[in-house]
Ligand binder design. Structure first.
Ligand code: FES
Ligand SMILES: [Fe+2]
Length: 332
């Protein structure tokens, strides 16, 4: 693992896959440049470094049998605790083990942590497991972006006018009071909208919007929440998993109020309307990676609408974010 990862990211818990995707075939994943194999043993997900201790072949190219994983090269088998349990062609078993990583299953996802001493599993956003809501997962393919820039992009209120014109906000800007709360646990920006949304997508589904909210949960989670007079209309929680430098696998978790339309229809509609938005953001974030190749590490200027970015950079890098509350006006 590279030394260059921000400390809270390097020490953090990250999802590797949906629990339902872990089965009888080994699943190969990467986290911060480290190859990891996932498989099921006695019904429980196991995560290991994807490296056979014998000659370093990828265990994920092998197969799972009886809760053990067999290397594709000489067939050494390893149990859920990583210990070698069989060397084909011999009665002897060497005292070696593959490194097993800690695993937690939360919000239907299998999480791990690469730190030597994993911290306690963090508090996840409350909306993720509210049984009163319909929940959908959207597993997006790894995408070219820098991790913290991806999180900031999701929570940035201004770029929709340029990157997603007409989709989320129309050209007629309105004054909006924004309450910003920052602190050691993250950041929140509440946009007091109190009007019908101007973008095409929300106009189709929402009545009068009361507020929209952007939240940052350190180190890698962003959340958007849209509320109308009838309550929650939709929330999107995105967990950004750093696979490699400039390569991020986002997990998008939607929650909507129950009722109105069947869950399968809402799932279909949410994906259909968010796909073009995702493509537009992917283009701009890949463009940012490309642009930065010419400049290396530059200091970013901070503008009046960069409400959460500086907090993301601070907390991800293990620097303190003192509690702060303020109100501002933006024209969105
Ligand atoms: S490299 Fe894995 S068993 Fe030889
Ligand atoms: Fe966007």
């Amino acid at each position: 693992m590279s030394e260059a990862w921000p400390v809270a990211i390097a020490q953090g818990w990250h999802p590797l896959a949906a629990l339902a995707a872990v089965g009888s075939k080994p699943l190969a994943r990467r986290l911060m440049g480290t190859p990891i194999v996932l498989f099921l043993s006695s019904g429980k997900p196991v995560a290991m470094l994807d490296r056979c201790p014998h000659r370093a072949l990828k265990l994920s190219d092998g197969c799972v049998r009886g809760g053990t994983i067999a290397c594709p090269y000489h067939g050494w088998r390893f149990g859920a605790d990583g210990r070698c349990v069989e060397v084909p062609g011999s009665d002897e078993v060497p005292d070696v083990a593959a490194r097993v990583l800690p695993v937690e299953v939360r919000a239907g996802l299998v999480w791990t942590c690469l730190a030597e001493k994993p911290p306690l599993f963090p508090r996840l956003p409350a909306l993720l497991d509210d049984p009163g809501l319909d929940h959908f997962r959207w597993l997006v393919a790894p995408t070219r972006m820098r991790l913290l820039d991806g999180i900031e992009n999701m929570l940035d209120p201004v770029h929709p006018h340029y990157v997603h014109p007409w989709f989320l906000r129309g050209p007629a800007r309105r004054a909006m009071r924004v309450e910003v709360s920052l602190g050691p646990d993250g950041g929140e920006a509440i946009y007091h909208e109190h009007a019908r949304a101007t973008g095409i997508v929300p106009r189709l589904f929402e009545g009068k919007r009361l507020v929209s909210i952007g939240r940052y949960f350190p180190p890698t989670i962003g959340q958007l929440e849209f509320r109308t007079e009838r309550g929650l209309s939709v929330s999107l929680t995105a967990i950004f998993v750093p696979e490699d430098e400039d390569l991020v696998r986002p997990y998008a978790l939607f929650a909507t109020r129950k009722g109105l339309a069947p869950a399968w229809l809402k799932r279909w509609v949410l994906k259909a309307f968010n796909l073009p938005l995702l493509r537009q953001d992917q283009r701009v974030l890949a463009g940012q990676v490309e642009a930065l190749k010419d400049w290396g590490a530059v200091d970013f200027a901070i503008g009046p609408a960069d409400l959460l970015g500086p907090t993301i950079w601070r907390l991800a890098n293990g620097r303190p974010q003192p509690p702060e509350q303020r109100t501002t006006t933006l024209y969105l």
